[in-house]
Each structure stands twice: as C-alpha cells, then as structure tokens.
Write a protein that binds this ligand. Structure first.
Ligand code: PMP
Length: 312
C-alpha cells in the first residue's frame, strides 16, 4: 500500500489552483534533502541518467514515519537499510548512528513534525557494466508531510483488493528479504491492474500459491480472538508486522504464523494490512471474498496509534 497511497493527499504536496487540487510533482517541492552528507535544496537533489541503480536496480530504500517529531523505530529502519544494501552486495558508507542522525536532521531542517521519510541508497555512475564494485554508493534522505490517507471512519470502510497475477518469487530467485527497488516491479504492475479494475490494491500469492502480502504491506486475518498471518519466508517481514504480532500477543490474541491458502480466507471475519505508510488498513474485500472491518480492526488501529506515539 505504501508506495501506492502516495501523492494524492492535500498536504504540502498539493496546491489549490483554480479550486482543483493539483499535485506538486515530487521533484518540484520546496525543502531540503540530505544527499551524501550534505543538505541540498530539494529541487537540486539530482542524479545522472547513467546511474547503475537506475539501470540495474542496485538500489535499496526505507519508508518510515515521524509522529510528533519522533521517527518511529528509526534505528530498526536504518539497520534494515544497511542490511538491504548488504544483501544486494554493496555497503552504505555511513553507520546506523550516522543514518539515524541524518534522518533527524532532515526532519528538523524541513520543520516537519508528522511526516513520511524516504532514505534511499544506490550505486552511482562510475561504470555502466553490470558489476558495480567500482561504483560509489550514495545515500539520500527526503521527508514530507504524508498524513494517514484515510480518516478512521473512511479506513473502516475497508480497502478492496484484487488477486494479483504476479507472485512473490522464491528466495533463490530474487533477494526477497531486502527492501530493494527491483522487487517493486511486480508490485507496480499488480497495483496498476488493480486500480484499472477499480480496486484499491492487490493481494499477492507466493511462488507456492500461499497468500503472501499486498503490493506494499503485510496482511493479517482475524477469526474471533485468533490472528493468522503468512510466514514471512519469501517477502519482507515488515517492521509494522513485527509490531502487530507483539501487540496481538500482548492483548490476548492467539497469534498464528502459518502458510495460508486463498481457499481458507472465507473462514476469517476480518482482515487488515500493515506497513509504515499504510499503518493499519482494514480490508473489506479480496476478490469475491468479503470481510467486515469491525472490532479487531478498530482495536489494532487504536493500539498502533498509541504505540507510535513518542514515549516520554
Ligand atoms: N511489504 C512490502 C512489499 C512493503 O513495501 C512494505 C512497506 N515497507 C511492507 C511489507 C511493510 O513493511 P514495514 O512495516 O516495515 O513498513
């Protein structure tokens, strides 16, 4: 959901010219972007067309949110960014502490309190062959206002998901535990098709036919006080997913991580998606299966909203 929910919100990313809400393109905004150790003006944060990351997807990124001026689970995100780069066989030339500090600086310099943040690391333009061992590794960090896409009531109407024709590949087919740009090709394609058909997003199966995740968010199913979620053995074990697993256990739910077949979904009463951007997004429909966002969705929206508040 995360990447898919972007750019439709009237925050600092839109203008209201002639009454119609117009999107300000991502490269045309005002503010500061941290770029290889320096804060540069937003519109000047550019790269060359012959960038390895652009051609061959030697690129990893993060998506995290700040709530009331504090970035939720910042260090976990910075660690995951470094780990994703290592999985793609490159090293980000900054420590986790330096990335954390840079993220905080970006938030402060842009005067943001509640924001979405996008650290991104990629191999540069020294050489154009497939090997990137001589290419410089770059890091940039941007942040912008991106409030929850839906109000609580709107959210509870639930997202409509189609079934994606694209499947999550096996761990020996793609570096599936990295938050790597290349993994999002099939997510974008699945999302486009879903939107064309009037859905909010798509649910993807994995290479074995088990339920995997949405295009940018993990999925949970609820049956009374039991919560079932797919084992993250070929897709991103989201930081929000891990938080929800802990919250569920703490709040008296039985949490079951298992392989789930699409045919089993009829058994569940509720379903929701989780992600740093999507937060808790109730689901009303997957293909021709309907869910009624209810008590559990409300409870997890509330628990997560409390969880992300800065602790004094
Ligand atoms: N799966 C995919 C494919 C994602 O893009 C995201 C968002 N980063 C997630 C799951 C959820 O991860 P997290 O909770 O760490 O944001």
């Amino acid at each position: 959901m995360q990447e898919s929910l972007s750019n439709t919100r009237s925050s600092n990313g839109t203008s209201n010219k002639g009454g119609a809400m117009n999107l300000i393109p991502m490269d045309q905004r005002d503010g500061w972007i941290w770029f290889d150790g320096e804060l540069v003006e937003w519109k000047q944060a550019k790269i060359h067309v012959l960038t390895h990351g652009l051609h061959y997807a030697s690129c990893v990124f993060e998506g995290q949110r700040a709530y009331k001026g504090v970035i939720y689970k910042l260090t976990e995100h910075s660690k995951r960014l470094k780990k994703s780069a290592n999985i793609l066989d490159f090293e980000i030339p900054y420590s986790v502490e330096q990335i954390d500090a840079a993220c905080k600086l970006v938030l402060e310099k842009n005067g943001l309190i509640d924001a979405y943040m996008r650290p991104v690391a990629w191999c540069g333009s020294e050489e154009m062959g497939l090997a990137a061992t001589n290419n410089k590794v770059h890091l940039a960090i941007a942040a912008w206002k991106w409030p929850s896409y839906f109000s609580a009531e709107e959210r509870l109407k639930g997202a409509k998901l189609s079934w994606s024709e694209w499947c999550r590949p096996a761990p020996n087919m793609i570096p599936c535990f990295a938050k790597a740009a290349g993994l999002y090709m099939i997510c974008t394609l699945a999302k486009h098709k879903a939107m064309k058909e009037g859905y909010t997003d798509a649910l993807m199966l994995d290479y074995r036919g088990y339920v995997a995740e949405a295009t940018g968010a993990n999925v949970f199913f609820v049956k009374r006080r039991e919560i079932h979620t797919p084992i993250a053995d070929c897709f991103l074990d989201g930081i929000t997913r891990q938080t929800i697993i802990q919250l569920a256990k703490k709040n008296g739910y039985k949490l079951v991580e298992r392989h789930i077949l699409p045919d089993e979904l009829n058994e569940f009463d509720e379903c929701f998606l989780t992600g740093s951007a999507a937060e808790i997004t109730p689901v009303a429909q997957i293909g021709d299966i309907n869910f009624k966002p209810g008590k559990a969705c409300k409870e997890f929206i509330k628990l997560y909203a409390e969880e992300v508040q800065p602790k004094s």
